[in-house]
Write a protein that binds this ligand. Structure first.
Ligand SMILES: NC(=O)c1ccc[n+]([C@@H]2O[C@H](COP(=O)([O-])OP(=O)(O)OC[C@H]3O[C@@H](n4cnc5c(N)ncnc54)[C@H](O)[C@@H]3O)[C@@H](O)[C@H]2O)c1
Length: 321
């Protein structure tokens, strides 16, 4: 199975190029102005070389009529104009997976795709490594890309029956003990039915995308992106039955914290974090809004997994030839 394409870039870049050659002030010229193209940049600003990279990207895009704009809190440091709220075609993430997760926060409500160029170590979610940046920019200019929807999760937290927090995640919701030397006592339910009670360091409820992140470190199964499911992953559970569980995409997973136990820290993609009290009830379900990842090529997920984790794929068969 492959990821499901949801939408292409659409439009025709040639129309924009032709419009730019019209005499200034004409009616059609105003239409051309309306057709200005914008790409929003989210970048890893901590890198020493980021300003040079951003300047080159901006110049390359501008040469073909695509304006690179930045976020209010990032643009000045990157010498970029701040977005004025004009519609953007996509969000370009320059950095590692953390930068892409941050870019996804911007792209999701705008309903556009996020395209990652990996400047970091792993960059599992990125579409290309830094040495292919020219091809990436050509594809943006020529609108030669497609976006594939990745499932997200929505989370709500209730305390004494009152909603106290809600958010979403692309990778996972993690619920982890707040006190290092204490165990977290939880009861996990699926669709309102008790599944297991255990003491643990925490519980992850992950999307297929998140199965290669924290859950992977915890020994969980890898879910291919075309799988629609939620992965429930206990962390260091003190129990004879504490297996990873893969439940249907429309199931609701509830994690109850023992009211006589300890509080926890809930994190969405390791970013949006909140303290939750003993007795809290955390519900996780399929997200109402997916995140669209921009893809340029057709690399199968299996190849990406092998490449990123440097998996050995040559064995006895190769020795025989
Ligand atoms: N022990 C662990 O492995 C552990 C602990 C905490 C958080 N995390 C993960 O870190 C994520 C946040 O990433 P970050 O880069 O902001 O933090 P980070 O810098 O702490 O990165 C954690 C690692 O996870 C990788 N990663 C992130 N999302 C991935 C994905 N979908 N598939 C494969 N690898 C992925 C990153 O490249 C990095 O190597 C969280 O969503 C969580 O999954 C992992």
């Amino acid at each position: 199975m492959t990821e499901q394409p949801t939408r292409g870039a659409g439009g025709d870049g040639a129309a924009t190029d032709a419009a730019r050659e019209l005499p200034a002030g004409s009616v059609v010229d105003r239409a051309a102005a309306d057709a200005r193209r914008f790409v929003l940049l989210v970048a890893h600003t901590g890198r020493a070389d980021i300003n040079d990279i951003v300047r080159q990207v901006r110049q390359r895009l501008a040469a073909d009529g695509v304006e690179l704009v930045g976020l209010a809190d990032e643009a000045p440091a990157l010498a970029l104009p701040v977005t004025d709220g004009s519609p953007v075609e996509l969000v370009l993430a320059l950095g590692g997976d953390g930068t892409l997760l941050r870019a996804a926060e911007r792209a999701r409500p705008l309903g556009v795709g996020v395209l990652g160029v990996n400047l970091g170590r792993m960059g599992f979610l990125a579409e290309a490594d830094a040495d292919r940046i020219d091809q990436v920019l050509d594809a943006i200019i020529g609108r030669r890309y497609r976006a594939v929807d990745r499932m997200t999760v929505d989370v709500t937290v209730q305390l004494d029956g009152i909603g106290v927090y809600s958010s979403w995640a692309l990778n996972e919701i993690s619920i982890e003990k707040a006190t290092r030397e204490r165990i977290l006592d939880v009861v996990v339910e699926v669709d309102g039915r008790g599944l297991s009670a255990y003491g643990c360091d925490g519980v992850l409820v992950c999307t297929p995308t998140g199965s290669t992140a924290y859950a992977f470190s915890a020994g969980g199964p890898v879910l291919w992106p075309a799988v629609q499911a939620l992965l429930v992953m206990p962390l260091n559970a003190h129990s004879l039955f504490a297996r990873a569980a893969v439940v249907g995409p429309d199931s609701i997973v509830t994690v109850h914290l023992d009211p006589d136990g300890h509080g926890a820290v809930l994190a969405c993609d390791g970013r949006r974090t909140v303290s939750i009290a003993a007795g809290a009830r955390v519900q996780v379900r399929r997200g109402s809004t997916p995140v669209a990842l921009v893809r340029l090529g057709e690399e199968p997920f299996t190849d990406r997994l092998v490449r990123k984790f440097d998996l050995p794929v040559h064995g006895w068969r190769d020795r025989r030839h």
